[in-house]
Ligand binder design. Structure first.
Ligand SMILES: [Zn+2]
Length: 63
């Protein structure tokens, strides 16, 4: 599973921030980005945690 954090905060004029951290397979590493972002943008306090899970499908019969 791969983790990423995305900022859902807004600038003072209401435009969405849209900032997001790097993907990491390590949750603790992925969590570093929102902490750094909060230090830079102290009004940005809402985040989304995006977890991506690769899913491999194999046909019953190989073509
Ligand atoms: Zn932000």
């Amino acid at each position: 599973m791969v983790h990423r954090f995305r900022c859902v905060g807004e600038a003072e004029d209401g435009t969405p921030c849209g900032g997001e951290g790097p993907e990491s397979s390590d949750f603790a590493t992925a969590q570093k980005w929102p902490a750094e972002h909060l230090r830079d943008e102290q009004g940005h306090r809402s985040y989304e945690h995006v977890a991506r899970t690769p899913w491999l499908m194999v046909p019953k019969e190989e073509p």
